[in-house]
Design a protein around this ligand. Structure first.
Ligand code: ZN
Length: 172
């Protein structure tokens, strides 16, 4: 269902070509199983609207990805620090761990992957709405932990202010 038309639209200098075609995530992100074929979606980069579309299919697969852990407590809640050394500091409050370390432990974990294809219905709407306008009307974004290029909001009509969200998407 990929169309050359969508790739032309995606050549916009506001975002990468792939943005207008598909989005991939895995089961480590919140709401990972919610998007469904036929869902209307809103794509944004947290600052502004990129476009809207509808999902023509979702392909499930499996893969391995690295999970990083604090070497002392095994927790996954730690942050990279821009300038300090060592680079990471654990924030696992439950275990009272404040370990500082340069290199986290890393282990491969199996994940379920999802790829949503929506090139066929892509409508370029770069800069037509701001991030805060979108937050007010869309369902929870998928990708707090996925690549930060953009977020995908599935089924804007499901949660808050359904009528407004539907009107917004259908207005284009
Ligand atoms: Zn720790």
């Amino acid at each position: 269902m990929l169309t050359t038309d969508a790739r032309v639209h995606g050549g916009n200098d506001g975002y990468d070509d792939e943005t207008a075609v598909s989005h991939t995530w895995d089961n480590t992100v919140p709401h990972h199983a919610e998007p469904r074929q036929g869902d209307q979606i809103v794509l944004w980069d947290k600052e502004r609207l990129l476009g809207v579309s509808a999902i023509s299919q979702i392909q499930k697969g499996s893969a391995e990805k690295d999970r990083h852990r604090c070497p002392k407590c095994g927790g996954t809640k730690f942050k990279a620090r821009a300038t300090k050394h060592p680079r990471y500091r654990c924030g696992n409050g439950n275990r009272d761990c404040r370990e500082q370390f340069q290199r986290p432990d890393t282990e491969p974990i199996p994940v379920t992957t999802y790829q949503a294809d929506y090139a066929a219905y892509w409508v370029d709407l770069l800069d037509r709405a701001t991030g805060s306008e979108l937050r007010a009307i869309c369902a929870s974004p998928l990708s707090q932990h996925s690549p930060p290029l953009f977020e995908i909001s599935a089924r804007p009509s499901r949660r808050r202010t359904p009528a407004r969200a539907r009107a917004f998407v259908e207005a284009f």
